[in-house]
Design a protein around this ligand. Structure first.
Ligand SMILES: NC(=O)c1ccc[n+]([C@@H]2O[C@H](COP(=O)([O-])OP(=O)(O)OC[C@H]3O[C@@H](n4cnc5c(N)ncnc54)[C@H](OP(=O)(O)O)[C@@H]3O)[C@@H](O)[C@H]2O)c1
Length: 264
């Protein structure tokens, strides 16, 4: 029996991950997000035992609430923590300022760190176990109007790499998953899907779910989805001038997408 907790499980990549994990025999799931009705519907539709907890992960008491739920419902066991909940609010720095950077850090970085801190003892006592942090290719290559989002994902990847080395001796594998453009509720990628020229670069949440499983216990330390997105990260290191020129030129506008959280 393996207990897996997925944050941001109400939609998109988190929901696809829950559905994928539920196929593995003996899995018990804990689904976390804010929208309780969506979590309940998903939990009831899965072929395995699944409990849910409605929580805003940026709230002060969220980590303790999740830990208490895990202890009450799953005996405090945890073999897999998938830190997936996240969002993006597009805008230049001149428009969004420090407040927009803080908003991204609170959800995409601080909330992950705080939840991991609360659940690390359970992961260690349940070892071999794993933490999978859902970052982004934007955590390797930044574009205009996504600076605050990129900052939060760069931070997440750096912290994840250190945690990988620290938790290895304790039997807790730590993996990063770096999706590219994936059509979901929060990141619809409508602009890219509408054009034949760019439609092919948009992928599906189910592919990320598979990568999350690959980065789970005893698995990969880093996984791009789809894999060729790794080339963007490599180019950023090997040919930074070229990448900067492309991403600040006219063609970069073709890669500009709006997000569901934009107006928020
Ligand atoms: N789709 C892409 O193109 C893409 C690319 C790279 C990385 N990613 C990353 O993949 C992850 C999942 O995104 P997605 O594409 O699946 O988007 P999504 O469909 O919008 O899912 C985001 C999930 O996070 C939850 N969430 C948001 N704010 C929350 C909060 N304060 N507390 C608790 N849960 C919260 C949402 O549920 P509730 O609203 O019910 O709380 C939802 O389940 C994110 O970390 C995102 O940065 C996505």
């Amino acid at each position: 029996m393996a207990v897996a907790l997925v944050t941001g499980a109400s939609t998109g990549i988190g929901k696809a991950t829950a559905i994928r994990l539920a196929r593995d025999p003996g899995t018990e799931l804990v689904l976390v997000a804010r929208r309780e009705e969506l979590l309940r519907e998903l939990a009831e539709s899965l072929p395995c035992r699944a409990t849910h907890l409605a929580a805003d992960l940026t709230a002060d008491d969220a980590p303790q609430r999740v830990r208490a739920h895990l202890e009450a419902e799953h005996g405090g066991k945890l073999q897999l923590l998938v830190n997936n909940a996240g969002a993006a609010w597009r805008g230049s720095f001149a428009e969004g300022g420090a407040a927009n950077v803080r908003r991204h850090m609170e959800l995409n970085f601080d909330a992950v760190v705080r939840l991991t801190e609360a659940l690390l003892p359970a992961l260690r006592t349940s070892a071999p176990s794993a933490i999978v942090n859902v970052a982004s290719t934007a955590g390797r290559v930044a574009r205009a109007r996504t600076g605050a989002y990129s900052a939060s994902k760069f931070a997440l990847i750096g912290w994840t790499d250190a945690l990988y080395a620290e938790e290895r001796p304790h039997g807790v594998h730590v993996g990063s998953v770096l999706p590219g453009f994936i059509a979901t509720e929060g990141f619809p990628a409508t602009e890219l899907r509408e054009r034949a020229l760019t439609r092919w670069i948009v992928s599906k949440p189910e592919r990320v779910a598979e990568a999350i499983v690959e980065a789970g216990p005893g698995g990969k330390a880093e996984r791009y989805v789809p894999r060729p997105y790794a080339l963007a990260a490599i180019a950023r290191i090997l040919a930074p001038h070229l990448v900067r020129r492309v991403l600040s030129g006219d063609s970069a506008a073709a890669l500009t997408t709006s997000t569901e959280s934009e107006g928020g």
